[in-house]
Design a protein around this ligand. Structure first.
Ligand SMILES: [Zn+2]
Length: 76
């Protein structure tokens, strides 16, 4: 007996038979690859942000003297 379960593809929202797809929970290999692409993009963004923070803290250490004077005159 063949089972039938109608589900919606999380990528393109097309209804298909869950048990007839080799790429479930996606309807096709195309939708599966699109979802994988999103994961790869997110994993690239995180290490890039950490590198930017590192260089900023190094630059701030050189100019602490000038920045403090401006802040005090604003509060008074
Ligand atoms: Zn799909």
């Amino acid at each position: 007996m063949n089972k039938t379960l109608k589900v919606k593809c999380p990528q393109c929202s097309i209804e298909f038979n869950y048990y007839s797809s080799e790429f479930r929970p996606f309807c096709s290999d195309r939708c599966q690859k699109i979802d994988l692409g999103h994961w790869f993009q997110e994993s690239y963004v995180v290490p890039l942000k950490e590198n930017v923070v590192d260089t900023e803290t190094q630059e701030n250490g050189n100019e602490t003297d000038g920045g403090d004077e401006h802040n005090e005159s604003d509060y008074n």
